[in-house]
Ligand binder design. Structure first.
Ligand code: NAI
Length: 302
């Protein structure tokens, strides 16, 4: 979606961290932006940052695990702006720890926010983008953890789910001129590590200890990407209609090793041509054809 000016975007989790960076980049590019968040103080902070930059934004409090509330947010956005063009399913929680230490409630919280929350956004917003017939874009924030699930098993599982969902959705929505991107960042400065302390009561007990204050303090001084840069890179990916928005080349070798490990697991035997002819729709897609691949994004789009 090269021409973004005047388009209407809804960014879940836009009140903090990466989502705020995406919303800022969108607003700077002339888009009309609505952000959602869970915490009033983050919403207020975001509104102040937008105002200081001379940018307009609308903000709503929203829990993405509440399907009806997401539907209402979509309705309100359309009523307010007359249309909706871009959805960024970015809200997420970074609950991490060993798989075997997780309680059933940890599974539920992660799946409800990081996977079903994305589904609620898609179901509420995409039909409205389809309805106006002028195309649009969906960004689903996954993570490098979805492509290289070497730590934080449950979190990585949710992000792998979001990547698979995004790829299949990109194929389904292409005829409507709606692009879909799986955004897979590496570490970005945000409130993600501390946010797990504000666990909704209904999810009960966690098997994971909260990150110690010293860890949170150290994270603040790590050489992570800024949320503003992350946001600019997402905007660049939307403009290019990238299927994958990748921002951290330091993960390239690890991802390559994983894919080569996957390829090496195929049996070293000839393809059964009769079986292959029965299932061509399962074994490949033109979405991955070399001529459909965008060139690597080469420099920081600033
Ligand atoms: P953050 O904690 O600063 O922001 C998360 C946002 O999601 C907040 O606005 C929060 O209110 C919202 N949120 C959380 N649960 C919600 C719920 N139930 N309903 C509605 N909103 C909810 O964290 P960050 O890092 O900006 O995270 C954004 C996305 O980026 C997440 O999906 C995260 O998994 C992903 N990510 C973050 C990375 C990082 O290093 N910060 C790396 C890879 C992926």
């Amino acid at each position: 979606m090269e021409d973004v000016e005047g388009r209407v975007a809804f960014v879940t989790g836009g009140s903090s961290g990466i989502g705020r960076g995406i919303a800022l980049a969108f607003a700077r590019a002339g888009m009309r932006v609505v952000i959602s968040g869970r915490r009033q103080e983050h919403v207020d902070e975001s509104l102040a940052e937008f105002a200081a930059a001379g940018l307009d934004v609308e903000a709503v409090l929203l829990d993405v695990t509440d399907r009806d509330a997401v539907e209402r947010a979509a309705e309100d956005t359309e009523r307010r702006f007359g249309r909706v063009d871009v959805l960024v399913n970015n809200a997420g929680i970074g609950l991490t720890g060993p798989i075997m230490a997780a309680t059933p409630a940890d599974w539920d919280w992660l799946l409800d926010v990081n996977v079903k929350g994305v589904g609620h956004g898609i179901c509420a917003f995409v039909p409205r983008i389809q309805a106006h017939g002028e195309g649009g874009h969906v960004v689903n924030t996954a993570s490098m953890a979805g492509l290289l699930p070497i730590v934080a098993g449950l979190y990585s599982m949710t992000k792998a789910a979001v990547i698979a969902l995004s790829e299949a959705l990109a194929i389904e929505l292409a005829p409507d001129g709606i692009g879909v991107s799986a955004y897979c960042p590496g570490p970005v400065h945000s409130n993600i590590a501390g946010a797990v302390a504000r666990r909704p009561e209904r999810y009960g007990e966690s098997g994971y200890a909260l990150p110690p204050a010293a860890f949170l303090e150290r994270a603040r001084t790590q050489p992570y990407m800024s949320y503003a840069e992350a946001g600019e890179r997402v905007l660049h990916g939307v403009r290019r209609n990238d299927l994958f928005i990748l921002t951290h080349p330091e993960f390239r070798d690890g991802v390559r090793d994983r894919f080569e490990t996957t390829l090496a697991a195929f049996p070293d035997e000839p393809v059964d041509e009769v079986r292959a002819a029965a299932i061509p729709f399962l074994t490949s897609h033109t979405a991955y054809a070399p001529e459909k691949r965008n060139p690597s994004p080469r420099s920081t789009p600033r």
